[in-house]
Design a protein around this ligand. Structure first.
Ligand code: ADP
Ligand code: MG
Length: 476
């Protein structure tokens, strides 16, 4: 029995190494983890919480797959601190909470579902000592000041200053944090008040389930009597007309009762395609606030705050070095910091600038804002209400041709692709067609001509420069 178990763990290690590559395997697994399999569980021993968080966030799907392959069943994965491994690390380099909690109690992760980054994110948030995303630990700077003020106003004012409050902005900039922060503050200031935070996806699933099981009344009762409803990633409703309609009623009921709705999305309401006009106009009649990427100073303050929470000692120079190199968003920033700390604790060293440069090199290459043609296509297709497949097709109707011309123009401007390459990708056109299309857009923009097209909700019209500006904002 014992031998069989050992074979399985060896096979799991093998599988992990094959999936993630020898180099990463050496750094994160070989000497810093132990594995055991019993009763449908794969237990991963780790030296400290950081390594657990790091491994979970980056390799969970690979581990789950390797475990399933090796054992022939879907294993649940748990992490625990292995004193032997922990003993190998210098005490100052281990996290402060590891002393107080010898074994980490964590929700089990179903190996079958483990690929979802969302849940991984929440778990690492708990590891970081950030059980909650509160307004108190939201670092305010010029990029998010307005959003933060609006959030505070929403909590402090009894009557509704605006409804809904709508946050939008790129990935990892703090939208979810603000939504949860609002809920948290409301729970504190008005204990017992009915509030709910959920993603638009959950809202959709619950609605469809209620519809199927003929329990719409219960569903409506649950949502429409809330004092605060926070829905995250509302752009998920794009393209789902019946859920949109249900949401509109939900919103209206809450609004009529003088209660509050707060929403977050990756795009301005007008830029979420396939969102019905009535919803768009409801959204823009509330308060729409954009969150921008944080500037250098704010990035430093976010890092300092995180370091303080973690109880680590990292010099200002190293903090500046991370803040300088990782510019895109807060999630990447946190990831870089955790990576550095985890790496330092593995090597029993204090994080240094040299280490930061080394460790972040891969990270930076990956997160630098290079524009990919897929970014362009996704901006253009969202704007015009078509699909990337339409752009790649040879269809010639007006909206598709127009969208394709914009894509070609932007691809030429923002990527290193040549005219023939762009042509091949976008509808198998020859390079002369691409040149003509790019020139056509240039002229439209120069004269700021009025452009007409057919959107999903009917005919649309806008000035060429307005279109270009929106598209550039989305991709750059
Ligand atoms: P989004 O929902 O916009 O994609 P999140 O709200 O999930 O982004 O933020 C990503 C991570 O960055 C979270 O861990 C969050 O706590 C953190 N974060 C974002 N903005 C701030 C901020 N201003 N201060 C502190 N932490 C922040
Ligand atoms: Mg979010």
């Amino acid at each position: 029995m014992q031998a069989a178990v050992t074979d399985v763990t060896a096979a799991i290690y093998d599988g992990i190494a094959k999936r993630i590559g020898q180099q990463k395997f050496r750094v994160w697994f070989r000497n810093s983890t132990s594995l055991s399999v019993s009763d449908g569980y794969l237990k991963i021993g780790v030296p400290n919480l950081f390594i657990a968080g790091w491994i979970e966030n980056h390799f969970l799907a690979d581990i789950a797959q390797a475990a399933a392959d090796a054992s022939g069943q879907s294993l649940k994965i748990t992490f625990n601190i292995d004193p032997e491994l922990a003993g190998a690390a210098r005490p100052s380099a281990t996290v402060s909470h590891s002393n107080s909690s010898p074994a980490l109690t964590r929700r089990d992760t179903d190996a079958g579902l483990s690929g979802t980054t969302g849940s991984g994110r929440q778990k690492i948030a708990a590891i970081n000592g950030y059980d909650k995303m509160t307004l108190g630990n939201f670092v305010v700077g010029p990029s998010n000041q307005l959003a933060y003020n609006a959030a505070s106003a929403m909590i402090n004012q009894e009557d509704n200053p605006f409804n809904p409050l709508f946050f939008h902005g790129g990935y990892g900039l703090g939208k979810t944090h603000l939504l949860q922060g609002i809920c948290c503050a409301m729970r504190k200031s008005r204990p017992g008040s009915k509030l709910l935070y959920c993603s638009a996806e959950e809202f959709t699933n619950q609605y469809l389930f209620a519809l199927k099981t003929k329990k719409l009344d219960a569903f409506r009762g649950r949502f429409r009597q809330l004092e605060l409803l926070a829905i995250d990633d509302i752009h998920f409703l794009a393209n789902k007309p019946s859920t949109q309609e249900e949401f509109l009623y939900t919103f209206n009921s809450i609004d009529l009762a003088g209660k509050k709705v707060v929403l977050a999305s990756d795009a301005h309401p007008k830029m979420i395609n396939q969102l019905c006009e009535r919803l768009v106009s409801r959204f823009v009649s509330g308060m729409v606030v954009k969150i921008e990427p944080p500037d250098f100073e704010t990035r430093c303050r976010i890092l300092c705050q995180r370091v303080a929470v973690l109880g680590h000692d990292i010099s200002d120079k190293v903090i500046s070095c991370i803040a300088e190199q990782v510019r895109t968003n807060v999630r990447e920033l946190e990831g870089a910091l955790l990576k550095l700390i985890a790496y330092a604790s593995l090597n029993n060293e204090k994080p240094s600038i040299a280490m930061a440069r080394d460790i972040l090199a891969e990270h930076i290459a990956r997160t630098d804002p290079i524009v990919h043609v897929s970014d362009i296509e996704s901006a253009v297709t969202t704007f015009f209400g078509i699909t990337p497949a339409d752009i790649h097709s040879s269809r010639k109707d007006r909206t598709i041709s127009l969208a394709r011309s914009f894509s070609m123009y932007l691809a030429r401007r923002y990527t290193k692709m040549s005219f023939p390459e762009i042509g091949r990708l976008m509808g198998n056109k020859n390079h002369a067609t691409v040149i003509l299309a790019a020139r056509k857009i240039e002229e439209l923009v120069k004269s700021n001509a009025t452009v007409n097209w057919k959107g999903p909700g009917g005919n649309k019209v806008a000035h060429a420069r307005t279109i270009l500006n929106s598209l550039q904002k989305t991709i750059a």
